[in-house]
Each structure stands twice: as structure tokens, then as C-alpha cells.
Ligand binder design. Structure first.
Ligand SMILES: NC(=O)c1ccc[n+]([C@@H]2O[C@H](COP(=O)([O-])OP(=O)(O)OC[C@H]3O[C@@H](n4cnc5c(N)ncnc54)[C@H](O)[C@@H]3O)[C@@H](O)[C@H]2O)c1
Length: 457
């Protein structure tokens, strides 16, 4: 535990120490600790190295740490060369030793905030990270959290854990919150190009955090309070949830009217104000869009506030897998088949979005399970996911391997369902090889690939 007497011994004021820390970060001389080296933490680490900082990367996953130490990338969209270069230069040192958490001048926490088995917010990784930091926390360290959570998490959950070591956030160390807005695999918006919201427990903490991030990203946006920053992050993601649900509902509605929703969105998207295109699909996946609305509605419920719009949006998105399954069922019936039982179905793209390897909460996975529940024999093809990793939501599929992409293999299937439209897939190969293609992403249509066997869902 930390020595409480420290605060009494110091002679410099907090204002002096803020100025010192600001200078230290602005000069790029500081050592940064990134806690959690996943989809958010690893790109951030590389951006911090690029900005001139030395980074100690902390992760509880010893295997991940060992691979990073060997200069391997653990994410398909992060180049191994970049990791290898950062490690070889000595600027990036991955470790699973939490005893070193007192070394960095700033700690940036990017650990997961998923749902637990009961579908409720699971803050266990966040708590563990805060507890580990508290054991080593030293005066004047900046601790900035980036994990997504409901408003109140930092002040009510994290801060008491950090202060349990004896140091106080309003006096001895700096506590900040800067929600991550990473969009993995999006080449248009790499980490450094995304404006960064920065909030602090007090103005001092925010100033120090702005100095830290100001070197890493092109634009920082000061936010008046930690709660506003927490709420802003959730607002961004629930906005997406609701609008994807609307696109999904419009898809069903316009289908019934014989109108192509993809053409509708393209047409509406030409309006330069007041409209923003969102696209239908087999549902939402990943760590954020299916999860974050639950963080918000759970917190709202605990305060006696209902979130009917959000609840409906989540239900609409969740229903899309059933809709795709039913579309496939109906299309097979039209072709004389009695049902899905025994049908060989290829699910194309099981990552939750294009051009990355993330299968968390992926609708493609749920689709495979739904089709197999009806007796279909499912395989999948995904160039980014050679083997399905173990993940509690679809542990029954863990260890399955992607089929090879060849005409010989494709010809063996009765139907294909396009769940995620990775850019590198040669969709034209499907046209002559598979008699029925259910396209949930308009992957065929946008490439001008049409035929009687292609339907949208
Ligand atoms: N993935 C995204 O696109 C994205 C975008 C914006 C925000 N976020 C948010 O950022 C946070 C991190 O998400 P992610 O996708 O990077 O998660 P991730 O699962 O990819 O990575 C998290 C890493 O943290 C490690 N970890 C877990 N508990 C730890 C602990 N107590 N101490 C040290 N390491 C620990 C894990 O081993 C893993 O390597 C979440 O709150 C998420 O909601 C994610």
C-alpha cells in the first residue's frame, strides 16, 4: 500500500505539479503504460510509440504478451512489422507483470467491458485493472481510462478502488477518462486521426491528460466532466444501434413493397443534410454496438428510467438472424426443398464486420447456430478467421475451420449466406458454383453480380 504521509511531505503545490507533468508529456519524455493490449490498446500503443513515448504494455494474457514480445501482431489489421519495429527499437515492452505498474508516468486502461452470463454489465476486468493499479499507484501518476461504460462508473466504481491504496485522486494523482473511439480496420480513420474526448476528475487532471493525448492524436476535445465523456461515448454507439435497427426495419418494409432498400439508401444518401446512411444486415456484432446499449439501459433501469426506443432497436437487430434463416428456408421451399434439414449451407464472412478478424457477438456465428438448429450442415468461409476461437457465446463452434475458397469446394453447397462482405472475397465465383445465394450485405448487387439464384435478406 502507498504511504499516505507522502502528500504531507511534498512541498510543491498541485498547480506546480500539473505544470511539470504537462511539460513532461508535451516533451514526449514520459513513459506510458497501456493496460490491455487488444483492439484498442495495441493500436494506441503503436500511436504512442510513433509520438515518441516509450510504452510498457500490460496484459493479463501471458500468451498474448509473449507473442507481442516476439514482434508478432495479435490482430489481423495491425501489421506485424509495426509491432516488431516498436519492440526491437526498445520503445515498446510488453509484460504481464503488474508489479511494474508504478513505472510509467501515465497509465491508459483499455480493458474489456463486456456482458456477463446474465447479459448485464461485467466490470470485472475494469475492477481488476483498478485494483492492480491501486497497489502500485504513485503520486503524480496520471491514470486515464478508455473502456466504455455507463455514466458514473469512473466516480462510483473505479475511483474508490484506486483510492483504496491511500492516495487521493483530487490531491495525489490525476484521474482522467478518454473514451476510445477506435474503428478497427478502418483505414480512413486510424487512431491518430480520430478526435479524442478528454475529461478529468478536475481541471488539473484534464490538463495533464490533454498534454498526454495531445502528442498522440491530432485533435483533443476537452469535455467538462467524466460523466459527460462516459455518456458521449454511449450516445455515439446507441445512435448506431438505433439507426441500424431502422435500416433493418425499412429493409423488411420495402421488401414487402418490392422496393430495393439498398437503392433507397443510396438515393436518400445524396441529401447533404439531415440524413446519414445506415445499412441493413443480419444483425449487429462486436464488442460495442450490441453491448453498449445494455450498459445504458441497465443504468437507466437502476434509476427507474425506461429506454423503450433502445430496447426495441436491440430487439429488431436481434431478430434479423431469424429473418435471414426464414428467407433461406422460404427460398429453398420455392425450389422444391422441404426445409433446411440436411442442406449444406456455406456462411461467407463470420467476423462481425468487413476486413477484420473479430468474431465477438458476430451475427454470422449466430446464423450458423440458428441454421444448424434446423438441421442444416453449415460450414463457413472467412479469410480473416481461419479457425473459430473459443468465445462463450458460441463455444459450440470453437475449433471449426474455414473451408478453402475454390470452385471444387463451393460446388458442394446447396446454398450460401453472405453474412459479412470482406473486400477480398471473389464473389463472382459463387454465381456459377452455388445454386442459391442469400445476400444480407448487398455484396453481390454492389458488384453488379445478379442472377436468379441471388436473393437479398
Ligand atoms: N474494439 C473496438 O472496436 C472498441 C472501440 C471503442 C471502444 N472499445 C472499448 O474499449 C475497451 C477495450 O476493448 P477491446 O476491443 O480493445 O478489448 P480486447 O478484448 O480486444 O482487449 C482487451 C485486452 O485486455 C486484456 N485484459 C483484460 N483484463 C485485463 C486486466 N485486468 N489487466 C490487464 N489486461 C487485461 C485482455 O487480455 C485483452 O488483451 C472496451 O471497453 C470496449 O468497449 C472497443
Amino acid at each position: 500500500m502507498n504511504d499516505l504521509s507522502f502528500a504531507g511531505r511534498r512541498t510543491s503545490t498541485r498547480a506546480d505539479r500539473v505544470v511539470t507533468q504537462e511539460r513532461h508529456f508535451r516533451a514526449g519524455q514520459a513513459v506510458i503504460g497501456v493496460v490491455g493490449l487488444g483492439y484498442v490498446g495495441l493500436p494506441l500503443t503503436l500511436a504512442a510509440v510513433q509520438a515518441g513515448y516509450r510504452v510498457i504494455g500490460f496484459d493479463v494474457n501471458a500468451d498474448r504478451v509473449a507473442r507481442l514480445r516476439d514482434g508478432e501482431s495479435v490482430l489481423s489489421h495491425v501489421a506485424a512489422g509495426d509491432v516488431a519495429h516498436a519492440v526491437a527499437s526498445g520503445a515498446f515492452r510488453p509484460t504481464d507483470d503488474m508489479g511494474e505498474l508504478d513505472r510509467p508516468d501515465a497509465l491508459i486502461v483499455c480493458v474489456p467491458t463486456p456482458l456477463d452470463g446474465a447479459g448485464q454489465p461485467d466490470l470485472s476486468a475494469l475492477r481488476l485493472a483498478a485494483e492492480n493499479i491501486a497497489r502500485r499507484l504513485r503520486p503524480d501518476q496520471l491514470v486515464s481510462f478508455e473502456s466504455t461504460s455507463y455514466p458514473g462508473t469512473m466516480r462510483e466504481v473505479v475511483m474508490p478502488l484506486l483510492e483504496a491504496g491511500g492516495l487521493r485522486a483530487d490531491r495525489d494523482f490525476f484521474l482522467a477518462y478518454s473514451p476510445e473511439r477506435e474503428d478497427p480496420g478502418n483505414r480512413r480513420f486510424p487512431t491518430v486521426s480520430i478526435p479524442k474526448l478528454v475529461a478529468g476528475l478536475d481541471n488539473d487532471a484534464r490538463r495533464v491528460a490533454l498534454a498526454l493525448y495531445g502528442r498522440i492524436v491530432r485533435q483533443t476535445v476537452p469535455v467538462p466532466s467524466i460523466e459527460v465523456a462516459e455518456a458521449a461515448k454511449l450516445t455515439e454507439n446507441v445512435f448506431r444501434t438505433v439507426n441500424v435497427a431502422l435500416a433493418n426495419e425499412l429493409k423488411t418494409t420495402f421488401d414487402a413493397m418490392g422496393v430495393d432498400v439498398w437503392e433507397v439508401v443510396r438515393a436518400a444518401g445524396t441529401k447533404p443534410f439531415g440524413y446519414m446512411p445506415f445499412y441493413p444486415g443480419p444483425g449487429v456484432g462486436g464488442h460495442c454496438i450490441p453491448v453498449d446499449p445494455i450498459y445504458l439501459s441497465w443504468r437507466a433501469q437502476s434509476l427507474g428510467v425506461a429506454t423503450p426506443l433502445l430496447d426495441t432497436a436491440m430487439a429488431v437487430n436481434a431478430s434479423m438472424v431469424r429473418r435471414v434463416r426464414d428467407r433461406l428456408h422460404a427460398a429453398l421451399a420455392q425450389r422444391g426443398a422441404e426445409g433446411l434439414f440436411g442442406k449444406r449451407v456455406l456462411v461467407v464472412g463470420i467476423a462481425y464486420k468487413p476486413d477484420i478478424d473479430d468474431v465477438r457477438a458476430s451475427p454470422g456465428m449466430r446464423l450458423m447456430t440458428a441454421l444448424e438448429d434446423e438441421g442444416a450442415a453449415c460450414s463457413y468461409y472467412d479469410p480473416f478467421v481461419p479457425e473459430i476461437p473459443d468465445w462463450h457465446e458460441h463455444s459450440g463452434l470453437a475449433g471449426r475451420r474455414s473451408v478453402a475458397w475454390s470452385t471444387h469446394v463451393l460446388c458442394q453447397f446447396d446454398a450460401a449466406v453472405l453474412a459479412t462482405d470482406h473486400g477480398s472475397i471473389r464473389y463472382a465465383d459463387l454465381l456459377n458454383a452455388v445454386p442459391l445465394i442469400v445476400d444480407t450485405r448487398n455484396a453481390m448487387g454492389q458488384r453488379g453480380l445478379r442472377g436468379t439464384g441471388v436473393i437479398t435478406a
